[in-house]
Design a protein around this ligand. Structure first.
Ligand code: CA
Length: 224
């Protein structure tokens, strides 16, 4: 999952980035509204966190601009308690949910999870497709009830594909979603992750959960 954080308070921004990275998100962080707009238009995010009080371009105008450019990823707004009217303005501008400052990190993480699930059309935190069960809250995976140990990147690849069963996901899209912008991207490493995932999920090569479509990408091939 790739996430954009737009927050001008340095400490808060860094706390968010650290907490989100720990949860396995790829995080890009912007310190003002203009930078946020650049990132938001440039990269395919799964979700964004936008503070409303931002220099250069305020959060409301940033959200309006992104929605005007058809950027439809879910947006969680951060708003100061004293400016409760802002949350209404934020939602009207196109945000999906809000958290009032000061907040506890768990609340932000829980709301993000809910936004991502809703935007992908899933109401439950657990994805169960065939014998494979992926719990988006605990980031754990089982096959036929047996726990499978995955690395962060392997998990990210599997989650992204399982949120879109039957859909072809190109290597470019998958790579952009699992790596943060400053990471040295290489589609060869994606092939390695997919190869390892297949061996872990399906050591006997009978399930074939992840299909390769030559020149097009990957597809989660099991049916719900
Ligand atoms: Ca601010």
């Amino acid at each position: 999952m790739r996430i954009l954080v737009v927050e001008d308070e340095k400490n808060l921004r860094e706390q968010l980035v650290t907490a989100l990275q720990k949860k396995g998100y790829s995080v890009d962080a912007a310190a003002d509204g203009q930078e946020g707009l650049y990132y938001g238009n440039e990269f395919p995010y799964d979700v964004a966190i936008i503070d409303l009080g931002l220099p250069k371009l305020n959060g409301i105008d940033l959200i309006r601009a992104l929605r005007g450019e058809q950027r439809n990823f879910p947006i969680l707004v951060l708003t100061a308690r004293a400016q409760w009217q802002d949350k209404v303005a934020g939602l009207e501008a196109g945000a999906d949910d809000y958290v009032v400052k000061p907040f506890v990190m768990e609340e932000v993480l829980a709301r993000l999870n809910a936004l991502i699930r809703r935007s992908a059309g899933h109401a439950r935190p657990v994805l169960e497709i065939g014998p494979i069960v992926l719990d988006t809250a605990s980031q754990s995976v089982t096959v036929n009830g047996a726990a499978i140990e995955l690395t962060t990147y392997e998990y990210k690849v599997l989650e992204y594909l399982m949120l879109r069963p039957g859909e072809v996901v190109s290597k470019t899209v998958l790579t952009e979603h699992i790596y943060a912008q400053d990471f040295d991207r290489d589609s060869n490493t994606l092939e390695v992750f997919v190869g390892r995932l297949r061996r872990k999920l399906d050591p006997d090569n009978v399930l074939k959960p992840i299909e390769t479509l030559r020149g097009r990408g990957y597809r989660f091939a099991l049916e719900a």
